[in-house]
Design a protein around this ligand. Structure first.
Ligand code: SF4
Ligand code: SF4
Length: 138
């Protein structure tokens, strides 16, 4: 019997060289019931305790709380502001595990583009996305 090892898909981004745009740009990181149970287990809390401490309601969704970040303004409360890494990597929600869902990360591409264009290997463009409705209000 032979075992086929599934090759890890090659990706064109390096999160270790990025200030974690994806943990900042998206105001809502959804926490589904399964994510909530994983998070609670990780901290040795009940689901209710973890929900209360780490998440808040956004309409019908439950989302991760955020914190102030001197670099990017507001970021996920689980981002380490110094290392720029996720402090709950093994217990992070599904949506974080899946991101960016393709071999390229647009934010990393922007970062690389600016670093090459500016000739500054450490430059960090401030990237912000604002979502607006296509239909004018009123
Ligand atoms: S924005 Fe892209 S490169 Fe940066 S941490 Fe997120 S997935 Fe990684
Ligand atoms: S849980 Fe981790 S990976 Fe997900 S947004 Fe927060 S810091 Fe980023």
């Amino acid at each position: 019997m032979t075992t086929t090892l599934k090759a890890k898909p090659r990706v064109s981004y390096d999160c270790s060289k990025c200030p974690a745009y994806c943990c900042s740009i998206y105001e809502r990181v959804e926490v589904k019931p399964r994510d909530m149970r994983r998070l609670a287990r990780h901290f040795g809390l009940t689901v209710e305790e973890a929900a209360q401490r780490f998440t808040k309601r956004y309409g019908t969704e439950r989302i991760l709380r955020r914190q102030t970040d001197p670099l990017l303004g507001r970021v996920c409360r689980f981002l380490d502001l110094t290392t720029r890494g996720c402090t709950i990597y093994e217990a992070r929600p599904e949506v974080c595990r899946d991101y960016p869902g393709r071999p390229r990360c647009s934010y990393y591409d922007v970062l690389q583009f600016e670093r090459e264009t500016q000739g500054e290997p450490d430059v960090m463009p401030l990237v912000q996305i604002t979502f607006r409705s296509r239909t004018p209000a009123g």
